[in-house]
Design a protein around this ligand. Structure first.
Ligand code: SF4
Length: 393
């Protein structure tokens, strides 16, 4: 069955190399678990950024060149001189750890066919270090696996794992600054959510939920310098949230079963890696994948501009809370029709339609009242409100 699913996902992706999941994609996926389009495209490893650009809806988010350069410089500094700075930071958190922390860089050459072997190797190395419970080891770029929608996917190995005392800790390096001991709450929240995906993957990879504690070692630049600082962050809440949302994803086989058998998103890449397939064909194929657009997609999914365009005229485009308040009425035209009484609501929307008519009446009354007071103000104070004229008895 797994082989059949793999084959179907390969067919959807076509000839391109698969893109891998990472902590950001897991966090984004669990932020919108009802979107089958994203689940299928991500699980198949389709390059969403390239796809969106080719069909004329390029994404406009991601790190600036400046931020990427700064992050790379910061990461290089941490790894310099045999991970000297990282060793110093880790020993700040674990003063009992040996002065010499072993390190293993598991970054592979660019060979996607060897993923399974590479995963097996990394899994064995970390498991052995934990079972041996000796010394301290830093694993750089380990390949982890996580079950997403019933399919085991590999996570882009952009993290560090520190084994000490029989436990494996996720180490996250971020480029946002900690100023006077405080960091931007939104940045910290996102880092914690992304780390939760890695901790779950680490637990799955090691086959032991107790092997990876519910915390992350977060390393950021201190104040306005490039000097790193380390913080232990409790991510119990984020682990519960991500695990719950992962459980809510529809199984990939169920999603694939609902698709036309020959549907694919093959970009038809040429020798230079440029898509050659007609954009209209890809748009037609995408329309077979049910989406669940919300404005939040704009900050975390490459397909957001395409999906927003498609959702024009739908209540979902106005935001999650509006859609929920409207009790599932799909289109803005229906909402206006119910509110104005020009469209007869089906029975299940009787109550919602009555509320909409009430809201429309209130709105019309408020506008009329505002217009009346505006006219009154233009004509000057009314006779009743005028001060009594002096000297008139
Ligand atoms: S942008 Fe589109 S594909 Fe991406 S999560 Fe939103 S609705 Fe789904």
């Amino acid at each position: 069955m797994q082989n059949d699913t793999d084959a179907r996902l390969r067919r959807i992706r076509g000839s391109a190399r698969p893109t891998r999941h990472n902590a950001r994609t897991i966090a984004a996926l669990t932020g919108n678990p009802g979107c089958s389009r994203r689940t299928i495209v991500d699980t198949a490893g389709v390059d969403k950024e390239k796809l969106a650009r080719h069909i004329g809806f390029p994404s406009r988010f991601g790190q600036s060149e400046f931020a990427i350069t700064r992050t790379n410089a910061f990461q290089t500094l941490l790894r310099a001189d045999d991970y000297a700075e990282l060793t110093r930071l880790l020993r700040e958190v674990f003063p009992e750890a040996p002065e010499q922390i072993q390190y293993l860089d598991l970054e592979a050459t660019d060979n996607t066919d060897a993923q399974d072997q590479r995963y097996a190797r990394d899994q064995a190395l970390i498991s052995q270090a934990i079972a041996g419970n000796t010394g301290a080891t830093l694993f750089d770029h380990p390949l982890l696996s996580l079950n997403v929608a019933g399919q085991n996917v590999y996570l882009e190995p952009e993290l560090l794992v520190f084994q000490y005392g029989g436990s494996a800790y996720v180490v996250q390096v971020r480029s946002f600054a900690v100023i006077d001991g405080q960091a931007n709450g939104e940045n910290v929240g996102q880092a914690a959510l992304q780390a939760a995906g890695y901790v779950l993957a680490l637990r799955q990879t090691l086959g032991n939920p107790d092997a990876a504690p519910p915390e992350v070692l977060l390393i950021c630049p201190k104040d306005f310098s490039n000097v790193p600082t380390i913080t232990r962050l409790d991510i119990r809440w984020q682990l519960i949230a991500v695990e719950y949302q992962l459980d809510r994803l529809t199984h990939i086989d169920t999603l694939l079963d609902a698709l036309p058998p020959h549907l694919n998103l093959d970009l038809g890449l040429d020798a230079s890696g440029n898509p050659t397939r007609p954009a209209t064909e890809l748009i037609d194929a995408l329309r077979h994948l049910p989406a669940r657009y919300f404005p939040e997609c704009l900050s975390n999914c490459d397909l957001a501009f395409f999906c927003r365009h498609e959702a024009t005229g739908h209540t979902a485009a106005l935001g999650r809370s509006v859609r929920e308040e409207l009790g599932g009425i799909e289109t803005i035209a229906e909402v206006l029709g119910f509110a104005e009484g020009t469209v007869a609501p089906p029975e299940e929307w009787d109550e919602a339609a009555a509320l909409l008519r009430g809201a429309a009446w209130l709105y019309a009354e408020s506008v009329a009242a505002a217009a009346y007071s505006g006219e009154s103000a233009a004509l000057g104070p009314s006779r009743d409100s005028r001060e009594p004229e002096r000297g008139v008895s």
